[in-house]
Write a protein that binds this ligand. Structure first.
Ligand code: S3P
Length: 430
C-alpha cells in the first residue's frame, strides 16, 4: 500500500501513544510464566504483539479478554506445552526472548520461525549462551531460523554480552529463572530494563550491581496486574514531526518515562528542541515500576549533534529519526557505535541512508552509523519501507516536513507496532 504525506500542516494537539511494544511482549511471556492468572491492561494490539499471544497460547496459556483487560492464565514457569511449531511473524523480541523460557523446559522441543525479515535476523546471539547453560539449540547455518530449542536442566553462567542488547539480556534472565545456581549478565552499556523491573515485581531474586545483573533459580513467579504504558518509540515519530513542522505544539500523555527508553528525547533536547517533560532520571530510577510521563513539544531550530555508542541502546529504534532531524539541523549530525542497526527489521543503516538520500538528504553510511549534513530541509519524493515499520513511519514524518511531500511505498508495515499511526497523525494535523 502506498500513502502520501505532506508537506505540512503543523502538528497540534494531544497524543496518547499506543501501548509499549517491548513491555507488551514481556507481559505476554511473564504472564504465561506466572503461577496465577495475570491481568494486563493496555496491551498493544499490533501484528508483533499478537504473535506473542499466539505463542503463549501454543505453549498452553489461556488468554481471554475480560472487562477491557487481557487475562493471561499460563502453564507457569516449568509447564510449557511441548512440541509446538511457533511462528514469531516479524517479532524479533519474541524470537530472542522465548528461547530463554523454552531452554529450561527439560525434555521439551520446539521450532521457532517467522517471516522473510525474521529469517535474516541472527539467533546465535541467544543460542550460544543458552547452549552454555546446557540446552540444545539448532539454527539454520548455525545463525538463523528455523531455530529448534531442546530444553534441558540448565545451570547458571556468567555471560559478558558481546553487544548491548536488551533482547539477549532478557532471554538469559528468563533462562536464569530455571537454572541451577546464579546467572549473571554483564552489559557493555545499559539497555532497556523492562524485564528486570517486571521480574523484581514478580518476586524473583534479581540483583543489579553496576553493569552486572544476577538472577537465581525460582520455584514460581507471582505477578500482580500489569499496566502497559504508552510507547516512547511510537510517540517519537509525532514528536519529531512537531519539532520539524513550523507552528507545531504537541502534548504527549501516558508515555513510558523509563530512562532506558527515552534516550531519543535527551538527544533532541541536546539538538536544541523545545521539549519539556518529566522523563525518568537515571540517578533516581525506579527498580520495579514503569513510570509514566508527559511531554510538551514545540517546533524550533535544531543544531547537529554526535550520538555516541553509550547512548545507542537507549535510543536504538529512534536512530532513523535522528538521521531525519539531522537533515534539518545546523551543521553535521553523526551517529556512531550503532552497527546493531544492520540487524533490525531491515539493515537500517542501508535503508535509512538510501531512503533519505532519495528524498534529497546529504547523508552517508558508515560501518557503524551515519553522517548527515544539514541542508535546512528536505525536497521529498518516494521512499521504500522495505517491510520495516519504522521506515514506513519515518517516511511519513519526512513527508510532513519536506517541501514537496513524500510517497511511502509499503505503508502497511506500520501495523507491526502502530496500526493507528496514520490515523493519529491525521488527527494531529487536521
Ligand atoms: C527490544 C530491544 C532492542 C530493540 C527492539 C526491542 C526489546 O533490540 O531494538 O526493537 O524489546 O528488548 P536489541 O536488544 O537487539 O538491541
Amino acid at each position: 500500500m502506498n500513502a502520501r504525506f505532506g508537506p505540512g500542516p503543523a502538528v497540534r494537539g494531544t497524543l496518547e501513544p499506543p501501548p509499549d511494544k517491548s513491555i507488551s511482549h514481556r507481559a505476554a511471556l511473564l504472564g504465561a510464566m506466572s503461577a496465577a492468572p495475570v491481568r494486563v491492561t493496555n496491551y498493544l494490539a499490533s501484528a508483533d504483539t499478537h504473535s506473542s499471544l499466539d505463542a503463549v497460547r501454543a505453549l498452553g496459556a489461556r488468554v481471554e479478554e475480560r472487562g477491557g483487560a487481557l487475562v493471561i492464565d499460563g502453564p507457569g514457569l516449568r509447564g510449557a506445552a511441548d512440541g509446538a511449531a511457533i511462528d514469531v511473524g516479524n517479532a524479533g523480541t519474541l524470537l530472542r526472548l522465548l528461547p530463554g523460557w523454552l531452554a529450561g523446559q527439560d525434555g521439551g522441543r520446539w521450532t521457532l520461525d517467522g517471516d522473510a525479515s525474521i529469517r535474516r535476523r541472527p539467533v546465535d546471539r541467544v543460542a550460544t549462551p543458552l547452549a552454555q547453560m546446557g540446552a540444545q539449540l539448532d539454527a539454520r547455518d548455525g545463525r538463523f531460523t528455523p531455530l529448534t530449542v531442546t530444553g534441558a536442566r540448565l545451570h547458571g553462567i556468567e555471560y559478558v554480552l558481546p553487544v548491548a542488547s536488551a533482547q539477549i539480556k532478557s532471554c538469559l534472565l528468563l533462562a536464569g529463572l530455571l537454572a541451577d545456581g546464579a546467572t549473571t549478565i554483564v552489559e557493555p552499556e545499559p539497555s532497556r530494563d523492562h524485564t528486570e523491573r517486571l521480574l523484581a515485581r514478580a518476586g524473583a531474586g534479581i540483583v543489579r550491581d553496576g553493569d552486572r545483573v544476577t538472577v537465581t533459580s525460582q520455584d514460581e513467579l507471582e505477578l500482580e496486574a500489569i499496566h502497559v504504558p504508552g510507547d516512547p518509540s511510537s510517540a517519537a515519530f509525532h514528536v519529531a514531526a512537531a519539532v520539524l513542522v513550523p507552528g507545531s505544539r504537541l502534548v504527549v500523555e501516558g508515555m513510558a518515562g523509563n530512562w532506558t527508553r527515552v534516550g531519543f528525547f535527551r538527544i533532541l533536547e541536546r539538538m536544541g528542541a523545545v521539549l519539556i517533560g518529566d522523563l525518568e532520571d537515571r540517578a533516581t530510577a525506579a527498580r520495579d515500576a514503569e513510570p509514566l510521563c508527559e511531554l510538551d513539544v514545540a517546533h524550533g531550530p535544531l543544531a547537529g549533534t554526535r550520538v555516541t555508542a553509550d547512548e545507542v541502546p537507549l535510543a536504538i529504534d529512534e536512530l532513523p529519526l535522528v538521521a531525519l532531524l539531522g537533515c534539518f539541523a545546523d551543521g553535521e549530525t553523526v551517529v556512531e557505535g550503532a552497527q546493531e542497526l544492520r540487524v533490525k527489521e531491515s539493515d537500517r543503516i542501508a535503508t535509512v541512508v538510501e531512503g533519505l538520500r532519495g528524498l534529497g538528504a546529504d547523508i552517508e553510511a558508515t560501518d557503524d552509523g551515519f553522517v548527515v549534513r544539514g541542508t535546512g530541509g528536505l525536497r521529498g519524493g518516494t521512499i521504500q519501507a522495505h517491510g520495516d515499520h519504522r521506515l514506513a513511519m519515518l517516511g511519513a514524518v519526512a513527508g510532513l516536513a519536506s517541501r514537496e511531500g513524500v510517497e511511502v511505498v509499503g505503508m502497511e508495515a506500520a501495523a507491526v507496532s502502530y496500526p493507528g499511526f496514520a490515523a493519529d497523525l491525521a488527527a494531529l494535523t487536521s
